[in-house]
Design a binder for this molecule. Structure first.
Ligand code: FAD
Length: 410
């Protein structure tokens, strides 16, 4: 077999998974990233919900649920095969509670109908038992009014459901990917390189050079390659590089930079994982008795633009981080009083985040905004140049497997 060399742009969960899949197919890969280590962006600092589709009740066509479900059910098998991690110990131990906010873009009745439809999709999928827990027999349970009033301010939360969805601790998964990439002989990491463009070699679109600068300031221009194929998995940086090869598949670019709290407590706490649905609200993930994720959307949204390029990464001072942390605890604690015990027990609070890229824009409090539909993810190509919109963390490893096969076949 002739060995092809492939450039993978971006060392997050999409680029990292694609590189590992390609290497397992015997293809040597060079992975570019402007950070000095893999997994420094959104793939380390997100809440790790492994989507089955329940969050997208504002897309009652079920198109988003259908797009997300296969990757969610496959996530555990994929990540355990690509890395040395067992996901059981880093998975939230209980089902998520979906708490319907009084200003939800989906009212409780419509939410109940949507959840029942997604539960049916999940149960009837042949891989339902391969989810983070066996999802083939579980359903959606409405919370009783006494359960609800124990959990949340009843003037704000108008209904609640126990949903068979789980999350993973993305920091622990990121560490496992970094180790796997370091240990893979066919993967070469080319870090600290800001990719500025890709150009074909000759007329045929089957060999490419990657242009990069040594660091983000544009200094030290470098030319890498030629490569037999390129995989653009740059997430927020992806549309700009697509433009350099004249490949513009995305219909609209929407960038948001969001931060959340990653909290470790000094003592063990028993606390549920809950989502305030659906709109610009927040959520809490309990990965373990001492590790939590907390977000409050209005406090964590630091930049937003509907353009090919994202705005500059906001710089956030320590004082600003403390303010954000106070706001998130206060806003969540007002609605979910048990969050105050996480705040009191917190020994380490990190305010971290990353870019959210979507091909649909608009505002989360607008029920018809395209941002509520996330089915436009996936792979597009121009010759042997592949561009991949990850869409969601949870679908990346599965999408990467498909991508690696397509690349290896070119
Ligand atoms: C707060 C938050 C919560 C989220 N919650 C969830 C969730 O619960 N479930 C879910 O499924 N998804 C969630 N997401 C979305 C998820 O994080 C992303 O879909 C996923 O991590 C994207 O993976 P990626 O590999 O494509 O991007 P990244 O992890 O961002 O990797 C892209 C890499 O490209 C590098 N890069 C970018 N431009 C350049 C350039 N020009 N040159 C060189 N390097 C470059 C970056 O440094 C980065 O390492 C969330 C996102 C955020 C921010």
């Amino acid at each position: 077999m002739t060995r092809r060399s492939v450039a993978v742009l971006g060392a997050g969960i999409m680029g990292g998974s694609a590189a590992l899949h390609l290497a397992r197919l015997g293809v040597p890969v060079t992975v570019f990233d402007h950070e000095n280590a893999p997994f420094r962006g959104a793939s380390r600092w997100n809440e790790g919900k492994i989507h089955l589709g329940f969050l997208y009740s504002a897309d009652p066509t079920l198109d988003t649920a259908r797009a997300l479900l296969p990757g969610g059910l496959d996530f555990k098998d994929q990540v355990e095969a690509l890395t040395a991690i067992a996901l059981g110990p880093v998975t939230t131990p209980a089902d998520d509670l979906y708490l319907v906010h009084r200003d939800s873009v989906t009212p409780p009745d419509a939410a109940a109908r949507y959840f029942a439809a997604v539960a049916e999709l999940v149960r009837s999928h042949p891989k339902a038992h391969r989810y983070l827990t066996d999802a083939s027999r579980t359903g959606v349970e409405p919370l009783s009014s006494s359960e609800l009033s124990d959990l949340a301010d009843p003037s704000v939360v108008v209904a609640g459901f126990r949903i068979p969805e789980r999350s993973v601790d993305t920091n622990r998964v990121a560490d496992a990917f970094v180790d796997a990439l370091d240990g893979e002989p066919l993967v070469e990491l080319c870090l600290g390189r800001h990719v500025t463009g890709v150009a074909p070699v000759g007329e045929r679109q089957d060999r490419w050079r990657v242009h990069a600068s040594n660091g983000r300031d544009g200094n030290g221009r470098e030319d890498h390659g030629p490569f037999d194929a390129v995989v653009n998995a740059l997430w927020e940086g992806r549309p700009r590089i697509d433009c350099t090869v004249g490949h513009r598949p995305d219909r609209a670019e929407h960038h948001r930079y969001r931060v959340s709290l990653f909290v470790r407590t000094a003592t063990a706490l028993e606390s549920p994982s809950a989502v305030l649905a659906v709109g610009p609200f927040g959520d809490v993930k309990s990965y373990s008795e001492r590790d939590f994720y907390l977000s409050w959307y209005p406090s964590g949204l630091l930049a937003r633009a509907e353009a090919v390029d994202p705005p500059p990464v906001p710089t956030v001072s320590d004082r600003e981080k403390q303010r954000i942390a106070r706001e998130v605890f206060a806003a969540l604690g007002d609605i979910l009083p048990w969050v105050r015990s996480i705040e009191r027990a917190a020994s380490d609070v990190r305010v971290q985040g990353g870019w959210v890229y979507s091909q649909g824009g608009g505002l989360l409090d607008d029920p018809v905004a395209a941002v509520h539909r996330r089915n436009r993810l996936g792979i597009t190509r121009l010759g042997s140049y592949f561009s991949v919109d990850t869409g969601k963390y949870s679908v990346a490893p599965t999408l990467a497997e498909r991508l690696a096969r397509a690349v290896a076949e070119t």
